[in-house]
Ligand binder design. Structure first.
Ligand code: MN
Length: 216
């Protein structure tokens, strides 16, 4: 009876703790559809090479470790070093690519628009603050619009693979300030890359994120 019970527990454990592999999420639009602001070639390298590389490396690093049984968010909160870098870059890029559209909503509305108005004056003010942060960030990193648990908006910058998730904040939108995000299209002109970014950012996606995580 005892052997039967142990066998049963072993079967349950092996079927419920299957080692998972992360896969490359496809882009929710055609690669040429963000042109002329973000080119097909940039997306081919950025999504199919850079992000695919982070996903493949993450899978390689977590194989046979405790991280193989965690969600991406759990790995980000519990790891450091190479595993953190590849997990966070996977999450950051999926979040980044999901926010664009070939026919973007140009401005948010409702409670989100009101929150932007009270903190930054208007949408233009928010864009100016974020653009300034993107140009001021030294080296590689990300600039984020976030809210905290009280629903208050803020702009934060993170270096390299850094993410606001580790500070308990809720990301709403992000600018990739790594050179690979803009160098093919704009070479060293980061300001031009950030200006183009706003042209394809879909505020519908950002507003949905706000309503889900920040609305009080
Ligand atoms: Mn990138």
């Amino acid at each position: 009876m005892k052997t039967l019970l142990i066998n049963l527990i072993t079967v349950i454990m092996t079927t419920t703790t299957v080692s998972q592999k992360f896969s490359l999420a496809p882009l929710p639009y055609y690669k040429q559809s963000l042109e002329p602001y973000i080119s097909e070639q940039t997306l081919m390298f950025h999504h199919d090479k850079h992000l695919a590389g982070y996903v493949a490396k993450l899978n390689e690093l977590i194989e046979g470790t405790e991280y193989a049984y965690m969600t991406l968010e759990e790995i980000i909160l519990k790891s450091d070093g190479a595993i953190f870098n590849n997990a966070a870059q996977t999450w950051n890029h999926q979040f980044y690519f999901d926010q664009f559209s070939s026919s973007p909503l140009r401005e948010p509305s409702g409670a989100f628009a009101e929150a932007i108005r009270s903190k930054y004056g208007d949408i233009k003010g928010l864009k100016e603050h974020m653009t300034k942060a993107a140009l001021a960030l030294f080296g590689s990193g990300w600039v984020w619009l976030v809210c905290n648990d009280n629903g208050e908006l803020d702009i934060v910058s993170t270096q390299n693979a850094g993410t606001p998730l580790t500070d308990g904040l809720h990301p709403l939108l992000t600018i990739d300030v790594w050179e690979h995000a803009y160098y093919i299209d704009y070479r060293n002109a980061r300001a031009e890359g950030v200006k183009a970014f706003w042209e394809v950012l879909d505020w519908k996606v950002i507003e949905e994120r706000y309503n889900k995580c920040c609305k009080r």
